[in-house]
Ligand binder design. Structure first.
Ligand SMILES: C[S@@+](CC[C@H](N)C(=O)[O-])C[C@H]1O[C@@H](n2cnc3c(N)ncnc32)[C@H](O)[C@@H]1O
Length: 186
């Protein structure tokens, strides 16, 4: 799935890519060879231990920084591509709109955005059973099963992307677990 995600991002040689909420850098590392030679991938995540792990395994053309999606203070921009996988639902609900606007701000005109989230199971019973597993660890441990703030709210990402000023190019599923929004900054 992550190899497919990296391909969907559409990054090519020489391009500058930003991975927001990069975690341990799993997707970042898959993007690195796609932008070589000459390109670079910057990963940002607020968890210092995630960033330490990512740095430890980093290809030469990856840089990792501690930071939050809603306040992107990243050198090396403007970026050609911004990606964010399984991270938007970890951002506090009230800060998500700001975070997607930040992604818009750091992209060059014509730059591309790819946001991927966990796709909620379609069957209500399966959704009820898997809901607790797909919530952010810092989030509420009780509450509605499919409310905002949980993994897999495909409509939310699309709405945030449109509200930020992006032109949506594609929305879809990546079997078996992900859904994505791909967009461009006009
Ligand atoms: C499930 S992990 C996904 C990591 C990585 N993108 C991947 O797909 O493997 C979610 C990540 O979101 C990060 N995160 C939490 N709050 C965030 C915020 N405000 N801005 C950006 N990332 C955040 C967490 O630290 C965590 O590393």
């Amino acid at each position: 799935m992550f190899t497919q995600l990296a391909a969907l991002a559409g990054a090519g040689p020489g391009e500058r890519v930003l991975d927001v909420g990069c975690g341990t850098g799993y997707l970042t590392r898959r993007l690195a060879p796609l932008v070589a030679p000459g390109g670079r991938v910057v990963g940002v995540d607020p968890a210092p231990r995630m960033i330490a792990y990512a740095r430890h395994r980093s290809p030469a053309n990856c840089v990792y920084l501690v930071g939050e999606g809603q306040a992107l203070d990243v050198p090396g921009g403007p970026f050609d591509v911004v990606v964010s996988s399984l991270a938007v639902h970890h951002i506090p609900p009230g800060a998500r709109e700001t975070a997607v606007r930040e992604m818009f701000r750091v992209l060059r005109p014509g730059g591309r955005l790819l946001i991927a989230e966990l796709r909620p199971p379609r069957r209500p019973l399966v959704r009820r059973l898997t809901g607790p597993l797909t919530r952010p660890v810092s989030g509420p441990v009780s509450g509605p099963v499919s409310g905002p703030g949980e993994a897999g709210d495909p409509g939310e990402a699309g709405a945030l992307v449109r509200a930020a000023g992006f032109r949506v190019q594609a929305e879809g599923d990546l079997w078996p677990l992900l859904c994505y929004v791909r967009a461009v900054k006009p």
